[in-house]
Design a protein around this ligand. Structure first.
Ligand SMILES: Nc1nc2c(c(=O)[nH]1)N[C@H]1C(S)=C(S)[C@@H](COP(=O)(O)OP(=O)(O)OC[C@H]3O[C@@H](n4cnc5c(=O)[nH]c(N)nc54)[C@H](O)[C@@H]3O)O[C@H]1N2
Ligand SMILES: Nc1nc2c(c(=O)[nH]1)N[C@H]1C(S)=C(S)[C@@H](COP(=O)(O)OP(=O)(O)OC[C@H]3O[C@@H](n4cnc5c(=O)[nH]c(N)nc54)[C@H](O)[C@@H]3O)O[C@H]1N2
Ligand code: SF4
Ligand SMILES: [Mo]
Length: 703
């Protein structure tokens, strides 16, 4: 919407939504002057979660929108791949060249050899989900398994309780104990923090379980630092204590769960003494944690995606999702599991993706995005001849990125990148297309961390010749000669279509209309009071309607049907460094405070605030290797290497290294970042990424 400000006739306020991959999904208001220039972007004061402020990143949104290095025109490569030499061309020339190249690929090996690659540049329904599906389904392009972030956790939660239904952070005030497990909201969901503070002030205890002393851990009442990848053993041992001390809720378990006897068998294998050896924690800590969690009610367990990026990440999150059931915390106000709010509202898939329209060819193969380097190197048969990247920066943000950079140099690969900036990936493109920012496009956003639906109206005209993702899809469809109306509709028509279809069978959209959304910007989902606490009726969304400790659906997928702990696949090398004399350390590379993945990693102020790409190392590990704070160190393994700046600190437990991601490779003297070492092996569930199962050597840099 746009409001005139009294006394400032020429100023407009436009309501919008933050597009970034962040559970907070802030409601924005952009002030635009008479010349059509945005002069400020703020968080809306009247939004229940945004509450008038934005994070350190988006506070500086105008520096991104009006950045001098924004891509404004289509470009064609003139130098060798990766050299960064491009010439300006027209949109028509760019689109014609793309379509001609694709026609050749299709005639030779079929559209399955064209791979669209994208992830979370924007979470908007149109510029994300619709762009990810409609045109590509019609083309018959290779499908992409979008498993870089939280697929294992998502699947674990679905197998256990049936879906991602969490309550909004406003309910945290009711929790008496908040267990924040492998999650760092102070950086990754900052608007949760005031709710945590309020809960703490009214007597709630906050315990953080994280190998790193994060910003969130600093303000907690207790911080527990297990060895990474051992959390399932810790959770099973907590259950052991609860069961052997009679603290579990046997009646609730009998009524609301399936497979208790199977889980109990596993639980009994984890007495605290054994778990202490696995997790590196004192057994008293485990016993005390179990007692606190079991005897404080309501107790909330917060889990996010960080913890699932391990080879055993799926079973870890599945074990954690069982915890609230042992003490009957599901269905309680202030209790249960806070993972994601995504499944309160699911867009009508048929209308959104149009996969089953008559003009769409049968679904071709699906390739996993975490294997991009391997795919480009020949894992895909027939090979990928063309790559179309948007909403993503794989050469910086994806695992084993060195291999991706290598693949992108293939002369027989035709690469198109649609971007706002000349990212690492864009540097390797044959054709670059300029993308609009959120202030220049229309979209509709449903958050994964709260329950307000948000319309994003364009605040300013497109800069240069930038076009939105969906507008490019429409243009490509037209060039391909596709006649389908659903490939011609503009963003607003698409939103109307999907919203109307979804509203026919989701009563949470009752009384919400597109007209209201356009005027009000943000509207809470219309969830009746008695439905607001997930699972308050004791009915779960699993096939049995119960919490499934034993999940038959897991067997169908080839997983162990009962949660358990398995060592991480690179973990044995913790002891013996595979031929090398020095012991390897496990490197965690979680989110940076001032970037969202690689987004914002080219903004000077934010780079300065974030400091340098450091390797945090425990004093004992540093001493053993002769490493001092401030020194350059070399991190390496069989996948690759990079250089970081050492920071000797007790913030990490011994045996663990920590850095933050994602730094732009092109700003490092070596043209690489930590993803030159991360693994492209897939996790136990959902083909997920395993960024944190990463054993590395670290040594002083001799250069
Ligand atoms: N500022 C900022 N915000 C972001 C992002 C960003 O890059 N920057 N990224 C966004 C995205 S894409 C996502 S998916 C979310 C992620 O949100 P989070 O899940 O909160 O973030 P992460 O930093 O990935 O991981 C959280 C914590 O998990 C810990 N961890 C890792 N392995 C283990 C383990 O084995 N056991 C335990 N107990 N802890 C472990 C890490 O040390 C880390 O502190 O954040 C979103 N928000
Ligand atoms: N080592 C390590 N690596 C990680 C992680 C980690 O924890 N450790 N976290 C991983 C996680 S959780 C995730 S989700 C992935 C994210 O990986 P990606 O989704 O690849 O995220 P970004 O690197 O931020 O790249 C997004 C790109 O989209 C562009 N973009 C933004 N808006 C638009 C738009 O409207 N149109 C177009 N065409 N482009 C747009 C941005 O400029 C940016 O370059 O990174 C992963 N990488
Ligand atoms: S990145 Fe997250 S906290 Fe920052 S403005 Fe966007 S939604 Fe809000
Ligand atoms: Mo993510």
């Amino acid at each position: 919407m746009s409001l005139k400000i009294p006394g400032q006739d020429e100023m407009r306020v436009v309501y919008g939504s933050c597009p970034h991959d962040c559970p907070d999904c802030c409601a924005l208001e952009t002030h635009v002057d008479a010349q059509g220039r945005a002069i400020s972007v703020r968080g809306r004061a009247d939004h229940p979660v945004t509450r008038g402020w934005l994070c350190a990143k988006v506070n500086r949104y105008l520096e991104r929108v009006y950045h001098p290095e924004r891509l404004l025109y289509p470009l064609r490569r003139v130098g060798p791949k990766g050299s960064g030499s491009f010439e300006r061309i027209s949109w028509d020339a760019a689109l014609s060249e793309i379509v001609e190249r694709w026609q050749t690929v299709i005639a030779r090996d079929g559209a399955q050899c064209i791979l669209p690659y994208s992830y979370a540049g924007t979470l908007g329904m149109v510029q994300g989900a619709v762009t990810d599906t409609r045109f590509w389904n019609r083309l018959g392009a290779c499908r992409l398994e979008r498993a870089i972030c939280g697929h294992a956790a998502e699947e674990a939660v679905r197998l256990t309780i049936g879906g991602r239904l969490a309550s909004s952070p406003e309910t945290l005030i009711h929790s008496k104990l908040i267990l924040i497990w492998g999650s760092n909201p102070a950086s990754t969901a900052p608007h949760v923090m005031p709710f945590l503070r309020n809960a703490q002030r009214s007597g709630s205890r906050i315990i953080v379980i994280d190998p790193i002393r994060t910003l969130t851990a600093r303000s907690a009442d207790q911080h527990i630092q297990p060895i990474p990848g051992t959390d399932a053993a810790l959770a099973l041992s907590m259950m052991y204590v609860m069961v052997t001390e009679g603290l579990h809720d046997a009646a609730w378990i009998a009524q609301h769960t399936l497979g208790w006897e199977h889980l109990l068998e596993r639980i009994l294998q984890y007495p605290p003494e054994r778990a202490a050896q696995i997790t590196g924690l004192a057994s008293e800590i485990i016993v005390e944690l179990a007692r606190s969690y079991a005897t404080t009610t309501p107790a909330l367990l917060r889990v996010s995606d960080g913890i699932n990026r391990h080879t055993n990440g799926g079973q870890t999150v599945r074990t954690l999702a069982c915890l609230p059931a042992i003490i009957g915390q599901y269905g309680k106000l202030g209790g249960g599991l806070m993972y994601s709010t995504s499944d309160w509202l699911k867009w009508d898939r048929g209308v959104l993706a149009r996969e089953h329209e008559e003009t769409c060819p049968p679904a071709p193969r699906t390739l996993n995005m975490n294997r991009l380097g391997a795919i480009l190197a020949g894992e895909a048969d027939p090979p990928i001849h063309s790559l179309y990247v948007y909403n993503g920066n794989p050469a910086a943000s994806s695992p084993n990125a060195g291999k991706i950079a290598e693949g992108l140099q293939r002369d027989d690969l035709f690469t198109v990148v649609h971007e706002l900036f000349l990212t690492e990936t864009a540097r390797y493109a044959d054709i670059i297309l300029p993308a609009t920012s959120q202030l220049e496009q229309v979209d509709l956003h449903k958050p994964y961390g709260h329950l307000t639906l948000q319309y994003n109206a364009p605040a300013i005209a497109s800069l240069g010749e930038a076009r939105s993702n969906w507008d490019v899809m429409r243009a490509l469809a037209a060039k391909m000669g596709f006649q389908d109306a659903w490939l011609q509709d503009d963003a607003e028509a698409v939103i109307r279509d999907v919203f109307t279809a979804t509203a026919t069978d989701n009563h949470y959209l009752d009384t919400i209309t597109l007209e209201r959304l356009k005027v009000e910007g943000a509207i809470p989902l219309n969830i009746p009071v008695h439905e607001q606490i997930p699972f308050a009726d004791g009915v779960f969304l699993t096939p049995s309607g119960k919490v499934e400790f034993y999940a038959a659906q897991a067997i169908e997928k080839g997983y162990d049907p009962v949660p358990d702990w398995k060592p991480e696949e690179e973990a044995p090398r913790r002891k013996k460094a595979g031929g090398v004399t020095k012991e390897l350390l496990q490197l965690l590379s979680p989110a940076a405070h001032h970037f969202v993945s690689s987004t914002f990693g080219n903004q000077e102020h934010l780079i300065t605030k974030e400091g340098a790409p450091t390797a945090r190392i425990h004093p004992l590990d540093a001493e053993a290797r002769g490493i001092r704070s401030g020194q350059m160190v070399r991190i390496s393994n069989e996948r690759g290497w990079c250089r970081l700046v050492a920071e000797v600190t007790e913030d990490v437990r011994s045996g663990v290294l920590a850095t933050t991601t994602v730094w732009w490779p092109q700003f490092s003297p070596d043209q690489r970042n930590i993803n030159w070492t991360t693994s492209d092996q897939l996790a136990d569930f959902g083909g997920n990424s395993t960024f944190y199962t990463n054993m590395v050597a670290i040594e002083p840099d001799i250069l």
